[in-house]
Design a protein around this ligand. Structure first.
Ligand code: ADQ
Length: 489
């Protein structure tokens, strides 16, 4: 993988860096590795291309002017215990500061409150507030200024996700000739939903300032093109003034995972041993696994009620399975997320209280991040992967589950509203709003014979294995190249 051009560097820009900085009670600066879909997908690319990652380090403080364009090598960061650096590989990071009140307004309220909710079709949760929109623009403009500080003329700027949708607009004003690309990791909603946002024209206008705009799914691309069409027919497009008359090249390209890494890890003797240990501990014939960032869009509550439905309709399964829900803490500053953990705790308590018999409990729950090898061991130990988001741009957990099953066994139950379902034909697809359908699909997975399980898993592995993160990047870079060619004409 390479970027065409000798001195061309890849600068990935996202709201959060893959490391968070914080100060402990003695005032010492510490770093912690963050997790989430965007990091899982992009970090291997940064290592491979020796790139630069620009973003917020999670620490709400102003930086001095001289630190502003400082780039750190990831090797310079005092390594937290949960980080294993890739041998012989490196990339650089640059920090964009965000003040405390901006964190609340730009990050918690506008990005994670307004935009995330709207883009995942939870429009009633989407809170519309002019002052938050202004802070969003202010922070997006700062990101553009920081890019302007470090970028060379030939660098490829790749802005990521819904937190930074206005950055292309500000950057284009500073850098009329710079190569600017954008990729959205969430769904792009239908115009009926998008039009709820009073500033939709500004967001669209900003994306039109890019050289390319990418989405996970062709439906999201279609929604974007429809919105642009409506905008063009209704009024002057704000971004076009600075973008000139060339519009961006738009594409759909489903993101993936480092399949080989997960597959290889699942074959390591220590991981197999750990998987055997997990199986021994659970003492139930079948294990079902759910792995999610805590988020109302992931459908955890309905999934738990699906399990309740299963036990009610098939009491004979009591003692025969064990559901393990792994939840990674997320967006603890956002109101809609604060109550979610409590609701999940209570629901699990209620279901366990109702159905537990002797030493058996249907649901076990872990709230926290687990190391990569442990996650792979859990995937491998699970007979059933239960992935039921109410809406998800892509979803990498289902792909990790498939990649970890180097034993060619296991059943994947996957939401019809996850972008990934378009590529994974041999899963059991469910409507995640339909509790009965989830329960019935689990039952079907529990009783599925080995031949069918293996037939399905082999097909899923073939598909995901041949469309991994390397392929995704290659395709994105080809689109960049194509846009570059068109620009020269
Ligand atoms: P997310 O919403 O974060 O990503 P997802 O794609 O499923 O969702 O990725 C979650 C990642 O976090 C996975 O790699 C998973 O292994 C990891 N993870 C989850 N729980 C964990 C735990 N307890 N310990 C350690 N790791 C854990 C966003 C979009 C998705 C899109 C991605 C990439 O919402 O739709 O797939 O970006 O574009």
């Amino acid at each position: 993988m390479f970027l065409h051009g000798k001195d061309r560097r890849l600068i990935v820009v996202s709201n959060r860096l893959p490391f968070s900085r914080y100060e402990n009670e003695n005032g010492e600066v510490k770093w912690e590795k963050a997790s989430g879909g965007l990091i899982t997908a992009l970090e291997p690319i940064l290592y491979d291309l020796d790139g630069i990652w620009l973003g917020w380090d999670g620490h709400s403080a102003e930086q001095s002017g001289e630190e502003r364009s400082r780039l750190f090598s990831v090797k310079e960061i005092p390594q937290p215990s949960n980080v294993k650096l890739e041998e012989g590989k490196d990339y650089k990071i640059g920090c964009v500061p965000i003040k405390e009140d901006e964190v609340e307004s730009y990050y918690n309220r506008f990005s994670n409150g307004t935009l995330w909710a709207l883009f995942h079709y939870f429009f009633e949760k989407s809170h519309i507030d002019l002052s938050d929109w202004k802070t969003y623009c202010q922070v997006n403009e700062r990101f553009a200024q920081y890019i302007d500080d470090i970028a060379r003329e030939d660098d490829v700027i790749w802005i990521q996700d819904f937190h930074l949708m206005m950055t292309p607009f500000y950057l284009r004003q500073l850098r009329p000739r710079q190569e600017i690309h954008f990729f959205l990791h969430t769904p792009f909603p239908h115009t009926d939903i998008l039009s709820i946002l009073p500033w939709q024209d500004d967001l669209l206008g900003s994306l039109l300032c890019c050289d390319t705009v990418g989405f996970h799914h062709k439906q999201y691309l279609k929604n974007f093109l429809t919105a642009v069409d409506v905008l063009k027919r209704s009024r002057e497009v704000p971004g076009e003034e600075t973008a000139g008359d060339r519009g961006p090249l738009t594409y759909a390209n489903p993101i993936s995972i480092d399949f080989k890494l997960v597959d290889r890890t699942s074959r390591e003797p220590a991981v197999i041993e750990r998987k055997n240990e997990i199986r021994k501990k659970i003492a139930s014939p079948k294990m079902i696994l759910g792995v999610d960032r805590i988020d109302y869009s992931k459908g955890i509550r309905r999934r738990l009620r699906g399990i309740e439905h299963l036990i009610k309709t098939h009491p004979e399964v009591q003692g025969e399975f064990f559901y393990y829900q792994l939840v990674i803490p997320s967006r603890e500053g956002v109101d809609a997320y604060k109550s979610l953990k409590k609701e999940i705790d209570e629901l699990i308590g209620r279901i366990n209280g109702k159905f537990a018999t002797g030493l058996w409990m249907p649901i076990h729950y872990n709230y926290g991040t687990v190391p990569f090898a442990e996650l792979v061991a859990l995937y491998l130990a699970a007979d059933i992967g239960l992935v039921t988001p109410l809406r998800d741009g892509m979803n990498l957990v289902c792909k990790e589950y498939i990649a970890a099953h180097s034993d060619n066994d296991g059943v994947l139950i996957l939401s019809k509203f996850a972008g990934a379902v378009a590529e994974i034909k041999n899963c059991l697809a469910v409507n995640p709003y339909n509790i009965e359908e989830i329960g019935d699909a689990i039952y079907r997975a529990l009783v599925m014979d080995e031949t069918e399980r293996k037939r399905r898993m082999k097909k899923m592995r073939k598909n995901i294995g041949s469309n991994d993160i390397g392929k995704w990047l290659e395709k994105c870079l080809n689109y960049f190249e194509q846009a570059r060619g068109e620009r020269k004409k």
